[in-house]
Design a protein around this ligand. Sequence first.
Ligand code: HEC
Length: 188
Amino acid sequence: MHWLDRVTLHRVARNRVTLCAAMLLAAAPAFAADGPRLGQSISPSDLSPWDISVGPDGAGLPPGRGTVAQGELVFAAKCQACHGEKGAGKPNDALAGGFGTIASDKPAVKTVGSYWPYATTLFDYVRRAMPWNETKSLTGDELYAVSAYILHLNGVIGADDALDAQSLPQVKMPNRDGFIPFPRQGRP
Ligand code: HEC
């Protein structure tokens, strides 16, 4: 190739790049106005099955009510196979006991009763994640009942107690004060 041809080719290539950049710049406001077009907005009814978080103070708890006795039946039918009789554990996690092992020299046995700071977290967890093999299948009444039963197994509420959206957040867990607050900027 002659050296002059090479210079000409180079110039053409450079001009193309400049032109492309100019076109992109011209088009930029149109893209910005349309947004990046990632996904689409979700309707409230499609969102609601996922929007189930319950705060420590009970915000977001659904309607329903259940007693310890009712919870015992739910537990026997839907939880015991994995969590053992009276939540003693095996093959999966123990849900009761372990008291006095957290702040001690003994190996920590962390259960709902010995470790978890809020009763509302028990409800939230079971509601979203249990039974392991059939998640989100329990009714509001069954959730309050089985939570009541597990709390009773841990000696946190009495055998004749019932739970609902008002009473569950009032339950004080044994290890409630065993945590060190870790405030983040701008948040409690
Ligand atoms: C098929 C087995 C299975 C069934 C049935 C089941 N679970 Fe579980 N459960 C598990 C497994 C596995 C874990 C541990 C999950 C993990 O660590 O991610 C667990 C964890 C838990 C925990 C958390 C324990 C902790 O201290 O971390 C709770 C509470 C619980 N299950 C409650 C229930 C309740 C209530 C039911 C019945 C409504 C139930 N589970 C039914 C397998 C099961």
